[in-house]
Design a protein around this ligand. Structure first.
Ligand SMILES: Cc1cn([C@H]2C[C@H](O)[C@@H](COP(=O)(O)OP(=O)(O)OP(=O)(O)O)O2)c(=O)[nH]c1=O
Length: 215
């Protein structure tokens, strides 16, 4: 995990405004973009069979409920870590991103073939990207939701396979990164670019103002 180790050194600052309960390099970059001083709480990946926060979908759960439930659970987990580690009090921020297509929830691909299957589904179609952000301090927890519509151009199998071979889709909901090579696939976006990347900056700013982190 050199990516995490590198940002660990850069972001583990002495006087954070918030704690970040996320391992996503995209969320770290987006927080830096708006000048928030944050201290990451999560470093090494938990074992797959024992995740810190279960991301299993409940039977019949809608994407809009799912994404908000998981963002809240991640923020609550971060808040517990602050208590267990006896860290100075600061709000904790967490987020979750998921894709909704034809009523189905699409998360991260399990492997390359799954990424190919997902991208074939999204090809030539419009899907929704939902990102929920939650901020918690000892007394409160508040959340915001960003929903964007993304239209993919029709993709051929060879193009999909070339993209999947880059490795970019594997750690991303919907098996693509709008901020990366998949930018070539996006015909139309209605909503929040930063929300699709994993942290909607407008909604995040509003939440951070509620917690007096930003003026
Ligand atoms: C659709 C899309 C998703 N993504 C990413 C954002 C999220 O990091 C990821 C969805 O997985 P998440 O479970 O939301 O987040 P994560 O596991 O990466 O990080 P953490 O739980 O530690 O905060 O997909 C992109 O980077 N670009 C895109 O265009």
């Amino acid at each position: 995990m050199p990516e995490i180790a590198a940002s660990e050194a850069v972001d583990d600052i002495k006087a954070p405004q918030i704690y970040l309960a996320s391992r996503s390099p995209r969320r770290r970059e987006l927080l830096k973009q708006i000048g928030i001083r944050f201290r990451p709480l999560l470093f090494r990946l938990p074992p797959r069979e024992d995740p810190e926060v279960s991301e299993a979908v409940l039977p019949g759960e809608a994407a809009i409920d799912y994404v908000q439930r998981i963002a809240l659970a991640k923020a609550e987990h971060g808040r517990r870590l602050v208590t267990w580690r006896n860290l100075p009090p600061c709000p904790v921020l967490a987020a979750d991103t998921t894709i909704e297509f034809e009523g189905e929830i699409i998360g991260k691909p399990v492997d390359e073939e799954d990424a190919v299957r997902i991208l074939k589904c999204l090809s030539g179609q419009t899907h929704r990207v939902l990102t929920a952000v939650s901020v918690a301090d000892a007394a409160h927890i508040e959340s915001a939701l960003s929903i964007s519509e993304v239209r993919f151009s029709p993709l051929d199998e060879a193009g999909i396979r070339r993209y999947v071979a880059t490795g970019e889709p594997l750690d991303k909901a919907g098996a693509y990164g709008i901020q990366g090579g998949a930018g070539l696939f996006i015909q139309h976006l209605v909503g929040s670019f930063s929300g699709v990347v994993g942290l909607p900056l407008f909604e995040t700013g509003e939440l951070l103002r509620q917690f007096k982190v930003m003026p």
